[in-house]
Design a protein around this ligand. Structure first.
Ligand code: SF4
Length: 222
């Protein structure tokens, strides 16, 4: 019997693709280098566990979307703290690379979609902006693969993320690692790891528009 389908693709389409990529590299004499865009420590938990044995991983903290700057800094510190603990516990060699933060310019790019609901066109642009930067950086550095952790989140559209990755792969000399990290208990494991490492869990996605939504929700509860 066929699996349940969404958007004309089998439900596990991108998860299965990720397994196929792993299968194609697992016996190579050395691990390929993967530039892994990460939005925050909590979202990077299970993706790192899923990938670290097969890739030499560089976490790319490219997140000018995050408002305000203090929140950007807090999430960055949490990302670094988590990777240090992960490396120790898993005997891994994950590295965190940070990028310039410019929330003002980033907001100007998102502004046209400021009234969109979360998960709509504004978010698709936001995925694209950050994945594009991650991809270009990985190409410059000569990495073998690039991807993002964002498919771990049920709030993010895995189909759109993978479509953007596929598009970038066809444009630049680099491979995209297809993913749907939340599948096959990925999300459950991520939740467990967040608890285990006592990670700060943010109450909004990141941009000023999601921040305002969060404020509105909180005021409604009062
Ligand atoms: S809600 Fe999140 S993904 Fe959507 S635009 Fe804002 S920061 Fe980006």
């Amino acid at each position: 019997m066929d699996k349940i389908r969404y958007n004309n693709l089998p439900r596990d389409y991108y998860y299965d693709k990720s397994l196929k990529i792993i299968d194609s590299i697992k016996d190579l004499p050395s691990r390929p280098i993967l530039g892994l865009h990460s939005c925050c420590g909590p979202c990077s938990t299970y993706p790192l566990k899923f990938l670290y044995k097969y890739f030499k991983i560089k976490i790319l903290y490219i997140n000018s979307n995050i408002y305000p700057k203090e929140e950007y800094q807090r999430r960055l510190e949490e990302q670094i703290k988590f990777v240090e603990m992960f490396n120790k516990d898993y005997d891994a060699d994950v590295e965190v690379i940070t990028f310039d933060y410019d929330n003002e310019s980033y907001n100007k790019l998102l502004e046209a979609f400021k009234d969109e609901v979360e998960g709509g066109k504004r978010c698709f642009l936001c995925y694209r902006l950050r994945m594009n930067l991650a991809c270009k950086y990985c190409v410059e550095k000569g990495y073998d693969y690039f991807t993002t952790v964002m498919s771990i989140s049920s709030q993010k559209n895995a189909l759109e993320l993978n479509k953007i990755g596929e598009e970038l792969e066809s444009k630049y000399p680099i491979k995209y690692f297809y993913s749907d990290f939340k599948k096959h208990k990925g999300m459950d494991q991520s939740i467990e790891m967040r608890k285990h490492y006592n990670l700060y869990s943010q109450s909004y996605c990141g941009c000023i528009y999601s921040y305002k939504d969060m404020e509105r929700r909180m005021n409604e509860k009062k």
